[in-house]
Design a protein. Structure first.
Length: 323
């Protein structure tokens, strides 16, 4: 393992002001979509990121690629802070960090042909037309697409093919890290398997690292080296995939894993959480999960539990996570 992580986040926060509906511009509060997340990734690793809808995992992915600006904290790529780059510096950095989006149809411009979609990033980087075409063809070939499909439009392909085009668009930049945000959730199960196998083969061939964001816990277990769990803007547990799925330390993680169909988990007892996910506009004091936790005690409302290494390589943010 390299001494310098490929990606390192330190106390990253992405907050959004909420304006009044009358348009007066007065702030009604702050949505803390990502609120103090820290972790590191090594080259070639797949880190799965899971949590309920609204927990901030997609916002975190978009923040890493600078589609959303971090409010505070630092994001380092190969030891270099990329959170406050100029537009020109950011343009160069984005070649190293690419994103695959959830819906392949909405993320591909319907007015563009495949050749232009896949090569658009190269054009922005100033790559000449001849080299650009060669690299586009090579990227499409890697994902199982043909040269004679270059002149087609997105609507002329199936959902699986469109996602392959999205993957080719990311790969053509020769990135070191790919953020896959629900990259297979819009696909049929059989097509999901094809795309996941493709991503795994590309990782082995190219040495890619993936941040794999998904609500599908079974898929995340299958593809990930480590798994992080987010709740209401916070990273609340992080461990290697086998350890986290076999012996979670955080009650929220236990509840998430219990929702996986029993045939895939060995028959874990179902835990049904009471109440709704609190609003990131006004999160609970102390532990943010305490309003839904069956292990809650007085200290949970008074002190926010820090993410700490409870066991070797196994981090949890819970006052009662035992070693």
């Amino acid at each position: 393992m390299s001494e310098v992580p490929l990606l390192e986040l330190q106390d990253v926060r992405t907050h959004f002001p909420v304006k009044n509906v009358d348009g007066a511009g007065r702030s009604r509060g702050i949505v803390k979509a990502v609120d103090g997340v820290s972790f590191a990734m090594r080259a070639g690793e797949t880190l799965g990121l899971v949590g309920e809808s609204g927990c901030g995992k997609s916002t975190l992915g978009r923040t890493i690629v600078n589609l959303e600006r971090a409010t505070s904290g630092s994001i380092k790529l190969e030891g270099r802070d990329i959170t406050r780059l100029s537009s020109r510096e950011l343009q160069r950095t984005r070649a190293k960090v690419q994103m695959i989006f959830q819906d392949p149809m909405s993320s591909l411009d319907p007015r563009m042909r495949v050749e232009r979609i896949v090569g658009e990033g190269l054009a922005v980087q100033g790559v000449g037309r001849g080299e650009r075409t060669e690299r586009v063809v090579e990227a499409l070939d890697r994902v199982g697409m043909r040269r004679d499909q270059l002149r087609r439009y997105p609507h002329q392909f199936s959902g699986g093919q469109r996602q392959r085009i999205g993957i080719a668009r990311a790969l053509v930049m020769n990135p070191k890290l790919v953020i896959a945000d629900e990259a297979v959730s819009a696909l049929d199960v059989s097509v999901q398997a094809q795309v996941l196998n493709l991503m795994r083969d590309l990782q082995q061939d190219l040495g890619l690292a993936y941040l794999f964001i998904s609500h599908d816990l079974a898929v995340v277990e299958h593809v990930s080296d480590r798994v992080g769990v987010m709740y209401l803007g916070k990273l609340v547990e992080l461990a290697d995939a086998h350890t986290l799925y076999a012996d979670p330390l955080m009650p929220y993680t236990e509840a998430l894993l219990s929702a996986i169909p029993s045939g895939e988990t060995g028959g874990r007892e179902r835990i049904v959480l009471s109440g709704e996910l609190p609003s990131p506009l006004d999160p609970p004091s102390g532990c943010r999960f305490r309003t839904r936790c069956w292990k809650v005690q007085d200290v949970c409302a008074l002190e926010e539990p820090l993410l700490r290494e409870v066991r070797s390589g196994h981090w949890a943010a819970c006052h009662f996570a035992a070693a």
